[in-house]
Design a protein around this ligand. Structure first.
Ligand code: IMP
Ligand code: MG
Length: 180
């Protein structure tokens, strides 16, 4: 893996595609175990979570599961904007359902906190959060993800769905901003 450059910023390899794949398989097994007898509805938070949701959803093939998509946005550049705008809503009836909200990353927690509160109003049976990445030191909201791929420091990363102003989502590995 080599360094990559976007908008004049240099990023270095951080988590390989092999390590991501292995961890996603493990998370899938945890979900299969926890969801025995249930039909969870995966709620993929677009845009960033789509590669993770795709892999995680297929890692639970031994149970009945469904998937839907919601689109939210909170970031401009490499800093959290702090506000969350809902761009594309969800139309399923989720009353009484087990939801697994699938996020690429929980940073300040603003996005997932807002989303959980919105979803609660529709009376699901339970809401679980699966996030590939978690920045525990950046968290400013009372949320605890149920399934975490990797805990990471408060640094900016890209790849495997995570973007810098729309770019780099199609990188297969995860890269971290190089500081010099
Ligand atoms: P939060 O609301 O601060 O938790 O941020 C959540 C959203 O910000 C994620 O769904 C990402 O889209 C974006 N985000 C947070 N950290 C990063 C990062 O390091 N790289 C790229 N996007 C990020
Ligand atoms: Mg996102």
């Amino acid at each position: 893996m080599k360094q990559v450059t976007y908008e004049g910023l240099t990023f270095e390899p951080y988590i390989s595609r092999q390590d991501i794949a292995a961890r996603v398989e493990e998370l899938g097994k945890e979900i299969v175990r926890d969801c025995a007898g249930k039909t969870p509805l995966f709620v993929c938070v677009l845009n960033g979570a789509f590669p993770f949701a795709s892999d995680l959803f297929r890692a639970v093939e031994s149970i009945d599961a469904e998937i839907t998509f919601i689109r939210l946005k909170s970031y401009e550049g490499t800093q959290s904007a702090g506000t969350v705008k809902e761009v594309l809503g969800m139309h399923e009836d989720i009353e009484g359902r087990t939801l697994i909200v699938v996020e690429d990353i929980v940073d300040t927690g603003n996005t997932i906190f807002r989303l959980i509160n919105d979803l609660k109003e529709k009376n699901p049976a339970e809401i679980k959060v699966a996030t590939l990445l978690f920045k525990p030191d950046a968290l400013v909201r009372p949320v605890t993800p149920d399934y975490v791929g990797f805990n990471i420091p408060t640094k900016f990363i890209i790849g495997y769905g995570l973007d810098l102003n729309g770019k780099a989502r199609n990188l297969n590995d995860i890269y971290i901003l190089k500081e010099d």
